[in-house]
Write a protein that binds this ligand. Structure first.
Ligand code: KG4
Ligand code: ZN
Length: 363
């Protein structure tokens, strides 16, 4: 089964083709970073318009790279939410329109489920039950995965999402958009132990997160310095260290509470090497296995949507004619994926990836 995946939930147009037997055939990404950079953040209306401009050419390119024609597709998967509603509607309309004209099934995919299942593209060593830490620009979630599609939220941010905190702190430090990667780079020049940032909500039981206090703490710390480049690098490093530590403490707690010793960490913020390393340490200490997608599958991409769509279509799920687009969507509301064993598409690449993710585009 050839499945075309379409991702347009935010500021990245992603398209991929996943085959149920051969795995990922091609994936292309167009990032709108340059478009939004002058504004210091995403402008939703500009995002929608750019998806309209880029989506069809990107679909053509992705098909050509896989040496396929539209008529050879067996199904279409698109991100139906959560995300920017105008941006989502572009992928949803194109997805439904194509499926309608080609008379093939279409699946409406939850963006965060795409992130969550991304590591499965590369390993079959991971079987439910497992825990998943989903850290992105809009979400901070700690999930218990009982079966594929059966998700229970164990913890979430009570205020800012983690990526949002990275982006806002980066802005305070005078860094461009998107802030996460820029902050990580600056932190490499910093002394992490000069400032001690709090580890929010770790002094009480529970698995929820809070990041807005760290923003205020950063602002006050910066104001108390001369604001030199070294001051900023030291602050960036201390902030990153505090965030990584906080995530690690909550993940350890979740492993101990549930007794589940498999942990997936995914989403854009998981591209951060300090966080990857810190989670790796927790996995070692808790005798657990950590599964991390390679960098290109941490941040938004079409491959995770094509893959998740392939799983849901193989399990017989189909969308009706109504176009689905939801700005908000609870992962717990998803139906399970009743896959018979052996139906899981082949995994390519690393068995269990931790540390330096393999680079490059799988063929
Ligand atoms: O998953 P993603 O690409 O899009 C959403 O679904 O939100 O995540 C984007 C977020 C942004 O906030 C970005 O600053 C952050 O991930 N991010 C990072 C890094 N790379 C991306 N944060 C910290 N360190 C990074 N290396
Ligand atoms: Zn995302």
């Amino acid at each position: 089964m050839y499945v075309l995946g379409i991702e347009t939930s935010c500021d990245e147009t992603g398209v991929a083709i996943y085959h149920s037997k051969d795995g990922l055939l091609s994936h292309h990404l167009y990032s709108q970073i340059e478009l939004h950079a002058p504004y210091g953040g995403i402008v939703p209306e500009l995002a929608s318009r750019d998806h309209i401009r880029k989506l069809l050419p990107l679909i053509r390119e992705t098909l050509a790279a896989a040496d396929l024609s539209l008529e050879q597709l067996d199904g279409i998967a698109y991100t139906a939410g959560p995300g920017l509603i105008g941006a989502l509607l572009v992928g949803a309309s194109v997805g439904h329109g194509l499926a309608w004209s080609l008379k093939i099934p279409v699946a409406a995919i939850h963006h965060m489920e795409g992130h969550l299942l991304a590591p499965l593209m590369e390993t079959h060593q991971l079987n439910p039950p497992f825990l998943a830490l989903l850290i992105s620009g809009g979400h901070t979630l700690l999930i218990q995965v009982t079966r594929l599609g059966d998700y229970q939220v164990l913890g979430e941010s009570v205020d800012d999402a983690i990526g949002e905190a990275f982006d806002k702190v980066a802005k305070m430090l005078g860094l461009g958009y998107p802030g996460g990667p820029a902050l990580e780079k600056l932190a490499q020049q910093g002394a992490c132990d000069r400032f001690r940032f709090p580890r929010p909500m770790t002094d009480r039981p529970g698995l929820d997160f809070s990041f807005s206090g760290l923003k205020t703490f950063t602002m006050n710390t910066l104001a108390a310095t001369a604001g030199s480049q070294q001051d900023k690098a030291d602050i960036a490093c201390a902030f990153q260290h505090a965030v990584a530590d906080t995530l690690a403490i909550k993940c350890r707690r979740a492993i101990q509470q549930t007794g589940i010793r498999q942990l997936v960490a995914a989403g854009g913020v998981c591209a951060n090497q300090a966080i990857r390393n810190r989670l790796g340490k927790v996995a070692d200490q808790e005798n657990a296995r950590l599964f991390l997608p390679r960098h290109e599958f941490c941040t938004d991409n079409g491959a995770m949507i094509a893959f998740t769509g392939c799983l849901r279509l193989l399990a017989g799920q189909r969308e009706g004619p109504v176009i689905q687009a939801r700005a908000r969507w609870n992962l717990e509301d998803l139906p399970p994926i009743p896959l018979q064993s052996g139906l899981l598409p082949p995994a390519k690449g690393v068995e269990c990836c931790f540390g330096d993710a393999k680079k490059g585009t799988p063929k």
